[in-house]
Design a protein around this ligand. Structure first.
Ligand SMILES: [Zn+2]
Length: 478
C-alpha cells in the first residue's frame, strides 16, 4: 500500500494589513518532508510505502495570496497524479487557511485531491484546534482530529493519532466519514485555553472517549479562529467512527457533545487577569515581580504584524518609577537596520514604528544600543533550537526593548537567553503573545493578559466582521 505524506498549513488573519506570500513559507520537498513530520515510523511499521509531497508552513499572517496557494497546491496535486496507485493521504493542515478569492485552503485542497483520487482513497488530516471548517469538509476528508491542548503542546500526538487511524482504515478498507457539528459560537483562543474550564472538562471528555470507547477513533473540539472573517468561522465538534458499524452511534455522540459544549458558551473566559493597556501598566507595577504581560492584541502567532507600540508608549508615558521593564520583541526591520549600523554603547535617537496602522505609529526615542543577537527557538520537531529571527536590544532609561527583524513571539526561555536577557531580573517583562505559555508561567511570578488593540484584538464583538454567519455567540445574543 502507498500513502502520500505532506503538510500545507497557515492560519490567516483577515484583519492583518498584508498577504502571506510564497517566500514566507518554510518549504521542503522529498525526504525532508518525512523528516519534519513525526509519523513515518507508523507507516513503516505497517509496511506502507510513503510518498512525500511537500512541507509548506508559514507563521500566521494575512490571507494567503491566490498565486502562492496555487503554487503549493499544484505540487501536491502533481505528486498525486504521478502516483495513481495511492491508497491514502496523510497531511498536516491547520484549518484556518484563508486564500485570496478562494476561501478555505484546506477545503479546496481536500476537494481537488478528491477529484483526482475519487472515493477509493482514504484521506486523513492532523489539524490545529483553531480551524474553521466548511460544512461539507466531512464529506471530503475521512479522518480529521485537532490538538487537545491550547497553548499547543500535543502536536505530535495529534499527527500520530490521525496517521494511526488512517492505517487502521486502510487495513480494513474503510471509507467512512466523520460526524461533524458546527456550533453558532466563536472565541478568541485566549478565552478557550485547555488549562482552565470549560475547555479543560470538554477535553477530558474527548480524551476519555478516545481512550476507552472502542467505537470512537478520534474526538475533537475545534475552537475556531476568530480573526478569519468568513461564513465558516465558528467552533465545531467532530467524532470519527472506528468502524462503519459505529457511524450511527458516533452521530449520537456528536449531537451530545455539540449540545454540551454550546451549553457552556457563557463560561469561556481568560485564564488569567486581563486588563486594558493603561490598567495593565499600573497593575504591573503593583503585583509581585517578575510580572509577565502578554500583548494580546499583537500576537504574531495569530497573524499580527508584531510591531505594535501600544504598551511601549504606555510604559514611556507612565515613567518606570525605578522599575525595570523588558519588552521583547517589537518588529521593525528599519529600526533594526539603524541599530546594527551602530556599536554597542552608542547613544542615538531611533525612530521606531512600522507606520502601517494605528498601533504602529512611529515614536522617536533616545536609546543606548546594547547589541544584536540571533534569537533561538524550537518547535516540537527541532532539537536543538534554531535561529528564528535576530534581535537588537536598546535601553531607554529602565526600559529595555528588543527590536526584531521578523515578527516573533517570545514564549520560550531560550528566546530570551539567546539575547542574553533574563526576564527574572526585571520587574515586568512584556511579550507579544496571548496565553501565558507554559515557559512564560515559569519565568513569571504574576501575570497579566493585556487587552490591547491590534489585529488579534480580543473583544471580537467589536470587530468589523462582514462575512461571518449570524446569529453567532458572542456577537449575537443567543
Ligand atoms: Zn492554534
Amino acid at each position: 500500500m502507498k500513502v502520500l505524506i505532506g503538510a500545507f498549513a497557515h492560519e490567516s488573519n483577515d484583519f492583518c494589513p498584508g498577504f502571506t506570500t510564497r517566500e514566507m513559507f518554510e518549504f521542503y520537498e522529498g525526504q525532508d518532508v518525512l523528516d519534519h513530520l513525526p509519523v513515518s515510523d507508523i507507516f513503516q511499521k505497517a509496511g506502507i510505502e510513503m510518498v512525500p509531497s511537500i512541507f509548506a508552513c508559514a507563521q500566521s499572517y494575512g490571507p494567503v495570496e491566490k498565486e502562492t496557494y496555487l503554487y503549493f497546491e499544484g505540487k501536491i496535486l502533481d505528486t498525486l497524479r504521478q502516483n495513481p496507485d495511492i491508497d491514502g493521504i496523510w497531511m498536516f493542515c491547520h484549518g484556518a487557511m484563508n486564500v485570496e478569492e478562494i476561501g478555505s485552503g484546506e477545503y479546496r485542497l481536500a476537494c481537488d485531491m478528491r477529484e483526482i483520487t475519487g472515493d477509493r482513497c482514504a484521506i486523513s488530516f492532523g489539524m490545529d484546534l483553531h480551524g474553521n471548517l466548511e460544512e461539507d469538509f466531512c464529506r471530503q476528508v475521512n479522518i480529521f482530529r485537532c490538538y487537545h491542548t491550547a497553548p499547543h503542546t500535543d502536536q505530535a500526538d495529534t499527527y500520530r493519532r490521525t496517521a494511526q487511524t488512517l492505517v487502521h482504515y486502510l487495513q480494513h478498507g474503510y471509507r467512512i466519514f466523520p460526524q461533524m457539528r458546527k456550533l453558532p459560537m466563536i472565541f478568541p483562543g485566549e478565552m478557550a485555553a485547555t488549562t482552565v474550564e470549560p475547555m479543560q472538562g470538554i477535553i477530558a471528555q474527548l480524551k476519555q472517549w478516545e481512550a476507552s470507547d472502542p467505537a470512537i477513533a478520534c474526538a475533537s473540539m475545534y475552537v475556531g479562529f476568530a480573526w478569519t472573517d468568513a461564513p465558516r468561522t465558528s467552533s465545531t465538534v467532530v467524532v470519527v467512527p472506528a468502524t462503519p458499524e459505529d457511524e450511527a452511534y458516533c452521530a449520537k455522540k456528536a449531537d451530545e457533545l455539540a449540545a454540551a459544549v454550546f451549553d457552556k458558551r457563557k463560561a469561556f473566559r481568560f485564564e488569567m487577569l486581563a486588563l486594558p493597556p493603561r490598567e495593565t501598566v499600573e497593575e504591573s507595577f503593583r503585583l509581585p515581580a517578575p510580572v509577565c504581560v502578554t500583548d494580546m492584541g499583537d500576537n504574531p502567532t495569530a497573524g499580527t504584524t508584531g510591531g505594535s507600540l501600544v504598551l511601549l508608549k504606555e510604559y514611556l508615558a507612565a515613567g518606570s518609577g525605578g522599575k525595570r521593564v523588558l519588552i521583547a520583541g517589537i518588529y521593525d526591520p528599519q529600526a533594526f537596520s539603524s541599530c546594527i549600523a551602530h556599536s554597542p554603547g552608542d547613544v542615538f535617537t531611533l525612530r521606531l514604528g512600522l507606520d502601517i496602522d494605528s498601533v504602529t505609529q512611529p515614536v522617536d526615542i533616545r536609546v543606548i544600543y546594547r547589541g544584536c543577537h540571533k534569537v533561538l527557538g524550537y518547535d516540537f520537531i527541532t532539537n536543538p533550537p534554531i535561529e528564528r529571527c535576530q534581535g537588537c536590544t536598546v535601553s531607554i532609561g529602565n526600559i529595555d526593548v528588543v527590536i526584531t527583524n521578523r515578527p516573533y513571539a517570545f514564549t520560550q526561555k531560550v528566546n530570551f537567553s539567546s539575547c542574553q536577557l533574563d526576564p527574572r531580573k526585571y520587574d515586568v517583562f512584556v511579550t507579544k503573545f496571548g496565553y501565558i505559555f507554559p515557559e512564560l508561567k515559569e519565568l513569571g511570578q504574576s501575570y497579566i493578559m493585556s487587552n490591547t488593540p491590534g489585529e488579534s484584538y480580543q473583544m471580537i464583538a467589536e470587530l468589523p466582521y462582514r462575512k461571518i454567519n449570524h446569529p453567532i455567540f458572542p456577537l449575537d445574543r443567543i
